[in-house]
Design a protein around this ligand. Structure first.
Ligand SMILES: [Zn+2]
Length: 146
């Protein structure tokens, strides 16, 4: 019997990656790199199914409109633009220690004085922060050039 490859921390990381809209292949890659494993996309898909995660809880890959731009939009533009933004599910911070930070964890700090806790959710491509903290810090999605 193999050791438990899905301890609680890893399962929560998988759930956060899945909710933020990553594919099974991307999730497998992130988890393999973060935890030194060799999981397949099928292993991830199976775990997502066993965890009972629902597609309705996922965010799409469309980045949300920045609030500042939305506020500046004229009334006529807003009236002609169809409402297409999916309902947002706020990411739940993992509140990890500084030693747990990797290139696959959001580096947004919590707390007024050390020791700080860090968000730890999966970051957006090209950003040190997750979706929510990228918006909070920069008020726009990161400019990745692709
Ligand atoms: Zn974050």
């Amino acid at each position: 019997m193999p050791a438990n490859i899905w301890p609680r921390e890893r399962s929560e990381y998988l759930a956060a990656l899945w909710r933020s809209g990553h594919s099974f292949s991307q999730i497998a890659k992130f988890i393999n790199e973060a935890f030194g494993l060799e999981l397949t996309r099928s292993a991830v898909a199976g775990k997502v199914g066993r965890m009972g995660l629902h597609a309705k809880d996922r965010v799409t890959h469309q980045l949300p409109q920045p609030r500042a731009i939305r506020a500046q939009r004229s009334l006529s533009a807003a009236a002609t633009k169809p409402a297409r933004e999916p309902p947002r599910v706020p990411l739940k911070p993992r509140m990890i220690d500084i030693l747990e930070l990797t290139s696959y964890t959001c580096r947004y700090p919590y707390g007024d004085r050390p020791p700080y806790a860090y968000c730890g959710c999966p970051p957006l491509k090209g950003s040190p922060y997750c979706r929510d903290h990228t918006e909070l810090c920069w008020n726009h999605p990161p400019l990745t050039g692709d």
